[in-house]
Design a protein around this ligand. Sequence first.
Ligand code: AMP
Length: 257
Amino acid sequence: MFSTKLEYIRENNVSQTMEHILRRMLIDMPDKPLEYIHELTKSPVPPQFIIAGPPGSGKEAQCQALIKRYKLVLISSGELLRKEVSAGTDFGKLAEPYMKNGELVPNKLVMAVIRSRLEQDDVKEHGFLLEGFPRSIEQAELLEAEGITPHAVIILDVSDDEVIKRIEHRRTDPATGTVYHLLFNPPPDDDAALWDRLVQRAEDFRPAVEMKLKTYHDIIKQLKTYYGPLVEIVDGEQNIKNIRKAVLAVAERRRLK
Ligand code: AMP
């Protein structure tokens, strides 16, 4: 079955399992470590994943597949920050100017928002899928300082040419906000008025997409450096069913059992 012990360790996430136990012990520092481990290992460990992919990679669909399978809580840094802004919280007020200027919100501020979400009961019970965070080695270190190491970092791999092709064909209906794709999801043929209304959003113009891709590659380079063997690359150019299969297979293999 396993030709070497090393292979056994790798295939069964033994290092991550041991690390999980050690981390929990160091948080709780129990008087009777062995009894503590015995209690701890009676209940399942909820999965903890990070997902990343370039714009147009279909990341949202894969997030939904993982949520459905494991009841994970999706924690999207952009989404959380937007909520803070619209609720007018202190965090929101501090973050808003950066977001308006298209700049990154300071690390400690994003971390504070993520931390308060990670502390909630649903996350503790079901685990999480982090999206949009971390975006740098510094942010990964902040997460680590909270005692959090993901079980896997899933990266959807789509070439720049493919991303540009996908996004350049996007058209938006300004009346409803619906986004169509001229090749994959065109508006109905017979709705001439809708076709006349369609516009290409500024963020979907090629130079804007190329800039996003540059930033994205920088983020991925840092995540690969930091998370090394935890990184799982999934081919994001296969048909959507196969991407889903591959993502779910990675999650199943990597979660701690
Ligand atoms: P997104 O929806 O992921 O594009 O995020 C929207 C905005 O939220 C970004 O332009 C940043 O201003 C802010 N933001 C989201 N995630 C992060 C992060 N990890 N670090 C810093 N700023 C972030």
